[in-house]
Design a protein around this ligand. Structure first.
Ligand SMILES: NC(=O)c1ccc[n+]([C@@H]2O[C@H](COP(=O)([O-])OP(=O)(O)OC[C@H]3O[C@@H](n4cnc5c(N)ncnc54)[C@H](OP(=O)(O)O)[C@@H]3O)[C@@H](O)[C@H]2O)c1
Length: 259
């Protein structure tokens, strides 16, 4: 049985941020096929509307919330949508993120630093702050935050704000897991390797850079977005019922490869 047909998320109401593109869009489709009801979050309402149409056409239940994850208001509206439309919240894939412009630390404009931290790290905090009470009211649930290998096992030049924001998610997640454990709330970080999305394509923007990035991975390729979505599905599902406070690397071996 394929993961999408196994209904491993049957009936769960899940928020997916960054659902308008890449990993988040693949996750929204996969989770929906696995039986979840989706609150799809992003800024691009046209792409969210197209996703919504697809999910509903495939028999899924979904709603969209357009907004900037850097603001607490978007996080609250997403939780409100889950509660008012689906009767509660069972989990979230807090996945929206940006790399920001590439620049060495000494050249990085502080406003660029602020924007990346606000989106990737403060946005995750706002999401968790809005989601935890709803999960508590539900008697438990699962949160997954999308980090990366950059800033964890690889110091990638030019990506200071991105690396710092994503490394910060590990600390945030550990605390949420410790605080939420007694209330049956699990929290984990997902660490993808290079993934073939608009973000991945922007980083590997020439054939030479793409070949170089692929070669950094033990598998000598980057991931399809669905491969990362499958790892997120595992962490959100009851298959991961004893997995909390940890980081799952779905990174094609980029963290261990020296060849
Ligand atoms: N691709 C890779 O190689 C790779 C590797 C490791 C980790 N990751 C992480 O995986 C996650 C998904 O990235 P992706 O590769 O799928 O990139 P992507 O295709 O560029 O998608 C990023 C998503 O995040 C949303 N987003 C960005 N800023 C937002 C904001 N301020 N408010 C609301 N939504 C926002 C975008 O939606 P809108 O445009 O509609 O706002 C989009 O849906 C990111 O956290 C990224 O850091 C990616």
């Amino acid at each position: 049985m394929s993961p999408s047909s196994s209904r491993r998320l049957d009936g769960k109401a899940l928020i997916v941020s960054g659902a308008s593109s890449g990993i988040g869009a693949a996750a929204a489709r996969l989770f929906s096929a696995a039986g979840a009801k989706i609150v799809a979050v992003g800024r691009d309402s046209a792409r969210l509307a197209a996703l919504l149409e697809d999910l509903r056409a495939s028999g899924g239940e979904a709603v969209t919330v357009s907004g900037d994850v850097a603001g607490a208001d978007t996080a609250r509206r997403a939780v409100d949508a889950a509660v008012s439309t689906f009767g509660g919240l069972d989990g979230a894939f807090n996945n929206a993120g940006i790399t920001g412009d590439m620049a060495a630390v000494e050249d990085l404009p502080p406003e660029q630093w602020d924007r990346v931290i606000a989106t990737n790290l403060t946005g995750a905090f706002h999401a968790a702050q809005a989601q935890i009470p709803a999960l508590t009211a539900r008697g438990g649930g699962a949160l997954v935050f999308t980090s990366t290998f950059v800033g964890h096992t690889v110091g990638f030049p030019g990506m200071a704000a991105y690396a710092a924001s994503k490394a910060g998610l590990l600390g945030l997640t550990q605390v949420i897991a410790a605080e939420g454990g007694p209330r049956r709330i699990r929290a984990n970080v997902l660490m993808p390797g290079g993934t073939d999305t608009p973000m991945g394509q922007a980083v590997a923007h020439t054939p030479e850079i793409r070949q170089h990035v692929e070669g950094l991975h033990a598998l000598k390729r980057i991931a399809a977005p669905e491969e990362i979505a499958r790892a997120a599905l595992f962490l959100l599902s009851d298959d991961a019922s004893f997995v909390t406070g940890t980081a799952l690397m779905a990174d094609g071996g980029v963290s261990i490869c020296r060849s």
